[in-house]
Ligand binder design. Structure first.
Ligand code: PBG
Length: 326
C-alpha cells in the first residue's frame, strides 16, 4: 500500500491540482477589520507601533469602510478613543460618543458591511481596567450594568453585533437580557470567550490608550497556561446567549481554537491581535520575511485550526491579495 504505489506528490505537481484538492480557502467574507475611532474631523493618524493602522475621525472611518465593503470584507469591529475618561467609563455610554457616532455614520452610508462593536471599559476608564475598581480590586457585578448599558447604546446607534471583551463573569447573559428588554433581540453577541492575559496586546494598548495605570489584567483574563479552561468559559458564554464565540490571541492559541471548534457546534472567531500584526510588519520592513506569503500562511493556519471568522489588521491587504489571485 505504500511507495511506489502511493505518491502524494502526484497531486502537488501543478497549481491546478493543488488548488483542486485544497482543504481550506481563505475569503474576505470571513474577515473582520478592527478600526480605532477618535473625535474630530479629517483625522487620520498612523499608530506608530502598527504601520498601516490609524486613529481616525468618523468621516475618515466611513471612507475606509467604503473601501472595505468594495473588497468584500464582511465586517468592522470598532474601538473608541473617547474625549474624556473617568472611573466608571461613563463616556462609553454617551449617545454622541465616538463609537456611537461612527456606527450611525457607517449605517447611514448604507454599505454592505456589518458593524461590530467592542464592548469594554478599558478605553473609557481613567485607570485603564476593563471593569470598575474598588479598593484596588476589579469588581465584577457592578461592572455588568455599565457594560450592558454600553452594549444597548451601540444597539440603539445601529450595531449589528456587540462583542464584549472585558472578561467579567456573567456579562453575556446580562447584555443579552438588556438587549432583549429593549427589543434588540436581533442584535447578536460575539463573545470574547477565551481571552487570554497576553503580551501580544502591547501595540493595541498604545492604539487604544488603554494600558492599565496600576496592576495588570491577570485577575480577569485567562492564564496562558490553561487550555481546558477555555471550554468552561465558552460553555458559559453559549449558555448565557452568545451567538459567536471567540478565542484571542490566535497564534499562540491555535490549539485552543481547535479545541473549541471540536467541542462546540457554534461559529468560532479568532482575533489575530495587534502584537501578532506588528511583529510581521516589523520583520517585513526589514525584508527579513516575505510579508504577503507570511500573512496568507498565518491566516490559513488560523482557519485550519477551526476559526471561520478572523479579526485581523491584515484584512485589507489579504483581501487585495486574494483578489489578485482570482
Ligand atoms: C479591550 C481589548 C483589548 C483588545 C481587544 N479588546 C486589549 C486588552 O484586553 O488589553 C486587544 C486587541 C489587540 O491587541 O489587537 N479589552
Amino acid at each position: 500500500m505504500s511507495f511506489p504505489f502511493h505518491r502524494p506528490r502526484r497531486l502537488r505537481r501543478t497549481e491546478k491540482l493543488r488548488s483542486l484538492i485544497r482543504e481550506h480557502r481563505l475569503s474576505p467574507a470571513g474577515f473582520v477589520y478592527p478600526m480605532f475611532v477618535c473625535p474630530g474631523s479629517n483625522v487620520h493618524e498612523e499608530i506608530s507601533s502598527m504601520p498601516g493602522i490609524y486613529h481616525q475621525s468618523v468621516d475618515k472611518i466611513v471612507e475606509e469602510c467604503r473601501e472595505l465593503a468594495s473588497l468584500g470584507i464582511s465586517a468592522v469591529v470598532l474601538f473608541g478613543l473617547p474625549e474624556t475618561k473617568d472611573a466608571r467609563g461613563a463616556s462609553s455610554l454617551a449617545k454622541d460618543g465616538v463609537v456611537q457616532k461612527a456606527i450611525e455614520a457607517i449605517k447611514k452610508a448604507k454599505l454592505d458591511l456589518l458593524v461590530i462593536t467592542d464592548v469594554c471599559l478599558c478605553e473609557y476608564t481613567d485607570h485603564g481596567h476593563c471593569g470598575m475598581v474598588e479598593n484596588g480590586e476589579i469588581i465584577n457585578d457592578a461592572t455588568l450594568e455599565v457594560l450592558s448599558e454600553q452594549a444597548l447604546s451601540h444597539a440603539r446607534a445601529g450595531a449589528d453585533i456587540v462583542a464584549p471583551s472585558d472578561m467579567m463573569d456573567g456579562r453575556v447573559g446580562v447584555i443579552r437580557a438588556k438587549l432583549d428588554d429593549h427589543k434588540f433581540e436581533n442584535v447578536a453577541i460575539m463573545a470574547y470567550s477565551a481571552k487570554y492575559c497576553s503580551g501580544f496586546y502591547g501595540p493595541f494598548r498604545e492604539a487604544a490608550h488603554s494600558a492599565p495605570l496600576v496592576g495588570d489584567r491577570r485577575s480577569y483574563q485567562m492564564d496562558p497556561a490553561n487550555g481546558r479552561e477555555s471550554l468552561k468559559e465558552v460553555a458559559m458564554d453559549i449558555e448565557e446567549g452568545a451567538d459567536i464565540v471567540m478565542v484571542k490571541p490566535a497564534l499562540a492559541y491555535l490549539d485552543v481554537i481547535q479545541l473549541v471548534r471540536q467541542h462546540f457546534d457554534m461559529p468560532v472567531a479568532a482575533y489575530n491581535v495587534s502584537g501578532e500584526y506588528s511583529m510581521v510588519k516589523a520583520a517585513a520592513a526589514k525584508n527579513w520575511i516575505d510579508e504577503k506569503r507570511i500573512v496568507m500562511e498565518i491566516l490559513t493556519g488560523i482557519q485550519r485550526a477551526g476559526a471561520e471568522i478572523i479579526l485581523t489588521y491584515h484584512a485589507k491587504d489579504a483581501a487585495r491579495w486574494l483578489k489578485e489571485k482570482s
